[in-house]
Design a protein around this ligand. Sequence first.
Ligand code: NAD
Length: 428
Amino acid sequence: MSEGTTNQPAKANRDELNPFHSMAHQFGLAADLLELDEGTRDVLRQPDRELTVSMPVLKDDGSIEVFTGYRVQHNFSRGPCKGGIRFAPDVNLDEVRALAAWMTWKCSVVDIPFGGGKGGVICDPRNLSKGELERLTRRYTASIMDILGPDRDVPAPDMNTNEQTMAWIMDTYSMHVRRTTTAVVTGKPIAIGGSKGRREATGRGVMLVCREAMKKLGRNPEDTRVVVQGCGNVGGVGALLLHREGYKIVSVSDMYGALYNPEGLDMPAVMDYLRDNGKLEGFSGADYIENEGQLELPCELLIPAATENQITSKNADRIQAELVVEGANGPTTPRGQEILDSRGVMVVPDILANAGGVTVSYFEWVQDRMGYFWTEEIVNSRLEQVMVKSFQSVVKMAERHNVNLRTGAYLVAIDRVARVYRMRGVFA
Ligand code: NAD
């Protein structure tokens, strides 16, 4: 059977799909343009610290299971490490390393005073009870305790972790240091130091960069069909906010399948349906189609907001959008980007497009340390200022070097980290 006629997504080769290789490739392109010296390159290429922990956890049936967890701190030149914790059966050190480095560049591109970190625990949360998940989270926190703290490393939710996970981490940390320390994590429930607007912040940031990119392309929301992959915290919220701005959302998907209506979806109704049913299948105002090929549907704006490695050498030539805004981390491989570049597609890269979440996490950390909390209007307006300014600085850098926006974003980010590194000097 030839490619494209099978029901399985065509897979690019393993090297193309390794997120650490993708990150290293992007870093190398920007480092060359910045003419970074070899020493600084070596420092910024490697994570500062990697911790692997084994965690025995008591299961509900009385047995003991040993889990493996990681915390990688890529760089803390500009401030404490910041980055989510992911619970997944296939999480691995290379993935966590790449995600930690992306966090360094993301915090730098929006100019917030954090470095990059990321954590992962190999587990399948669907097979764990709430009690088992709580014991695993608390043991993981205790195991990485020595490198955590509001001035050291501040985790947040990522895939399969949420506000409740952050509450357990905050509590475990606080019990060890003998005082309530809300600023040790972000993405907490509002009642224990979370920030208003945090839950929607990544989707709101995506909406804001879409608006800026559309201005650059001279497009109106009303004439713009949008396809969104993923309907969670990033994709669902992003699609809803874009719908409110007048865009025509023609397709959204979840891990089971996609909705498609070329006339546009009623996004508030889709989100209500998803909340009540847990999946998109069965929604009456659209056709229900397979995920395979969703990214290739006719549209002007494509937002991959689900997972890594979705636009690759195998499908980039069939993408019809003229603008791709990366809600997910690492959805486009370097080869996928080259193909989109050659076809004149504008790509707003992940480290800029989805940085709204970490920006409001920074606001949460600031509010926790002040013990004074802002209104949602203040949070949203400060987020807008950061996103618009960051978009403009990336565009300016890209135009100055005649490169795409991804390389422009890496140039802004790496230059800031490298300058700070040189100012601080090499500790001996
Ligand atoms: P989420 O779990 O809330 O939602 C993920 C969505 O993607 C779900 O609707 C899921 O069903 C769907 N999905 C998963 N695999 C899919 C597939 N193969 N095809 C179609 N849909 C699929 O997760 P999220 O928080 O929205 O995160 C999505 C991405 O955005 C991840 O790459 C994450 O690292 C990144 N991100 C999230 C945040 C944040 O604040 N939540 C911030 C920055 C980046």
